[in-house]
Design a protein around this ligand. Sequence first.
Ligand SMILES: Nc1nc2c(ncn2[C@@H]2O[C@H](COP(=O)(O)OP(=O)(O)O)[C@@H](O)[C@H]2O)c(=O)[nH]1
Ligand SMILES: [Mg+2]
Length: 351
Amino acid sequence: MSVILIVVAVLAVVVVLAVVAALVVSQRRRRLGLVAGPPRAAMPEVLVTEVAQRPTLESPSLEQRLGSSRGVFERLRSLAGVGALGTDQLDVVEEVLLRSDVGVATTQVVLDELRANGAPEGVAATVRQVLLESLTADRSVASHADAGRVPVWLFVGVNGVGKTTTIGKLAHRLVSEGRSVVLAAGDTFRAAAADQLEQWAQRTGADIVRAAAGADPGSVVHDALGRAAARGADIVLADTAGRRANSTNLLDELSKVRRVADRDPGQVVETFMVLDATTGQNALSQAREFLAAATVTGIVLTKLDGTARGGIVVAIERELGIPVKFVGVGEGVEDLVAFDPVAFVDSLLAA
Ligand SMILES: Nc1nc2c(ncn2[C@@H]2O[C@H](COP(=O)(O)OP(=O)(O)O)[C@@H](O)[C@H]2O)c(=O)[nH]1
Ligand SMILES: [Mg+2]
């Protein structure tokens, strides 16, 4: 019995000594920085909440993309609802609308409405209603041709507005819907233009027909149609040059490309004029030049993310009488949206 007690006592002493030795060693290592210190204190609750509210990695909302334009409307959003507006308030409305580039005509309609009926539900609600009433065009996009023909979307517009990028984004959209797409590198002004389109083809899985710099753009489009017909492709997206020695040459060239694209087996079902929203009212004068040469069926307004003057959408549609069908809101492949007036107007005006 006593032997057992002695053994237990010895074991106990050994265990205690081992624990003490371990503690001493670990203290020393910690002092030497060999082991991580105790876990940091938990974040204060306020910080943790902030972290949880940080934007996710998903693509930003339209409201975020149009943040600069939305900022211009801030003063207008804060005007409360009243039966009749004072001169100061009407001045604010006028200034905001003109700064946003919706144009003089639409601004006048809003002011007339506010003078006549006040703003019982708030100034933003009245502006929303007037803007929506002026954005009623048919925005449907044709993607089918007559039997046996290949539908063509033709893209025109001056250099740098975003034609090639828009074609890339649309190719991505069409390919992900399961369509087979052929890109025609009709901007033969510089080799880099076809290289840029080729990168989009590789990125999106679209097919591409290109030729050397200086080649006839009509023949590139012709070859693309031949390829599309032979392979039973669903659609051809044709890029064009945005510059020539002079604008008469450019417009002549576009008419020629269009004639080729519309000849059997091709059929032009949409001609998109691409305009850069950051050029504001200049986009309108550019557009008028192109309208003379091409039968434009829709506008793609790019770079709305890069301007505070997003109201230009309203002015362009009103002045040109051509529907805005897509808007560009960034440089990424997903950054093109079908233009939806309600989503657009709400992203500027909703509280
Ligand atoms: N921020 C922004 N940049 C754009 C948008 N669309 C095109 N871009 C940029 O505008 C520049 C010119 O585009 P590009 O497609 O080469 O124009 P093109 O000369 O008309 O073919 C490029 O740097 C594009 O990334 C857009 O919606 N938002
Ligand atoms: Mg280009």
